[in-house]
Design a protein around this ligand. Structure first.
Ligand code: HEM
Length: 128
């Protein structure tokens, strides 16, 4: 059961990575209804990060785990991801009004998010 729960937790992390990749490309792929797409990206990000955190908490309870370096790291990374994504949308909204090209600004935030997610996942799986 725990192995299954870890599998689901990891699968949702991978889906979150796909969502981030889509968010990275959105400004280049979409020319119209731009803000609608950015909002959808933010919604998908929130939904999947929420699921990662929820499945992590269930795992935490199932395993009767205590706060190890691994779980503390995961929680901090989840928190930083939220801050980065909120900052991304806020910065985009600000730059948007000034008529700037927001693609690069958005990409900087999303690339940082992808790096954090991938680096953490690799470290967690490799150090098991
Ligand atoms: C962005 C956030 C997160 C990422 C990238 C992440 C990723 C991972 C990975 C890669 C594993 C190891 C899977 C394996 O062993 O093959 C794992 C396990 C686990 N995660 Fe997360 N996780 C995140 C958030 C959370 C949160 C918020 C919690 C809740 C406290 C949590 C609790 C756990 C637990 C209890 C385990 C199993 C024990 C362990 O491997 O240390 N995770 N997670």
């Amino acid at each position: 059961m725990i192995a299954e729960a870890i599998m689901y937790h990891l699968a949702i992390v991978k889906i979150l990575l796909v969502v981030l990749s889509v968010n990275l490309l959105t400004p280049w792929l979409v020319k119209q209804s731009y803000s609608k797409w950015i909002r959808s990206g933010f919604f998908l990000f929130s939904a999947f990060l929420g699921m990662v955190i929820f499945s992590g908490l269930i795992l935490f309870i199932l395993m009767g785990a205590s706060w190890s370096l691994r779980t503390i790291l995961m929680s901090i990374v989840a928190f930083i991801l939220i801050i980065l994504e909120v900052q991304r949308v806020r910065t985009i909204s600000k730059y948007w009004k000034d008529g700037n090209n927001i693609a690069l600004v958005s990409a900087k935030f999303v690339l940082l998010e992808i790096f954090l997610l991938v680096a953490t996942t690799i470290w967690l799986v490799a150090s098991k």
